[in-house]
Design a protein around this ligand. Structure first.
Ligand code: PGA
Length: 249
């Protein structure tokens, strides 16, 4: 049985004070126990404050990006070791906003996934098609290309332990959520592909999150799908109550 994982991607929101407040609200309102892995991914500058706020709770911390080199002259970049030293267990890699606005490619995503794994971070690898790609019936081709490239050179154990987030770009921040059938179809496609590239045990262990306008009112249906193992939550993660309503959905 795969353990469900709900991660909040705070994107470029929250100052240090605001982030600590939100993290305290999340852990403070987690009154019921949950079998779900809960992860908060604040901006880099907020990591230590959020780490302090969640200390001693089951909530985990993740970065939103990293650089693949270990250290050196890479102004503005953050390494895997830095994320770990700030308290992270997870890191989001290849989010569509990074691919769209910051020139990330399948190749750099692969380098980042390898760097994260080497350092002991769990990658949350994002894939997904744009609206134009979906409309021209290229969803499967695009997602398959992204998954193949990102996983290139990884071992069975590495792939079994990672998290893939399927995030249709047209559903991110738009309020337009994929239907359960659309989401399940792509999740199944990813799992089948991993089964072919690796083996059925690896495919069965891999956790695949859905992301893109997941909210308290649609989370239950999405999470009930056979191959949907969690969610990567943007907008709805900025409010403790709505984030937790998804965790408990
Ligand atoms: P959204 O963002 O929930 O605001 O659509 C999801 C994401 O980009 O990870």
């Amino acid at each position: 049985m795969r353990k469900r994982i709900i991660a909040g991607n705070w994107k470029m929101n929250k100052t240090v004070t605001e982030a600590a407040e939100l993290a305290r609200a999340v852990v403070g309102q987690m009154t019921a126990a949950t079998e779900t892995d809960v992860v908060l991914c604040p901006p880099f500058t907020d990591l230590t404050a959020v780490a302090a706020a969640i200390a001693g709770t089951p909530v985990k911390l993740g970065g939103q990006n990293l650089h693949w080199e270990e250290k050196g002259a890479f102004t503005g970049e953050i390494s895997a070791a830095m994320l770990i030293s700030a308290g992270c267990n997870y890191v989001i890699i290849g989010h569509s906003e990074r691919r769209q606005y910051f020139g990330e490619t399948d190749e750099t995503v692969n380098l980042k996934v390898k760097a994260a794994l080497k350092a002991g971070l769990i990658p949350i690898l994002c894939v997904g098609e744009t609206l134009a790609e979906r409309q021209s019936d290229e969803t499967a081709v695009v997602v398959e290309r992204q998954v193949r490239a990102a996983l290139d050179g990884l071992s069975d154990a590495q792939v079994a332990g990672l998290v893939i987030a399927y995030e249709p770009v047209w559903a991110i921040g738009t309020g337009v959520v994929a239907t359960t059938a659309q989401a399940q179809e792509v999740h199944a496609l990813i799992r089948t592909l991993v089964g072919k590239l690796y083996n059925v045990q690896v495919a069965a262990a891999l956790r695949i999150q859905y992301g893109g306008s997941m909210k308290p009112d649609n989370a239950g249906q999405l999470l009930a799908q056979k191959d949907i193992d969690g969610g990567l939550i943007g907008g709805a993660s900025l409010d403790a109550r709505s984030f937790l309503d998804i965790v408990y959905a």
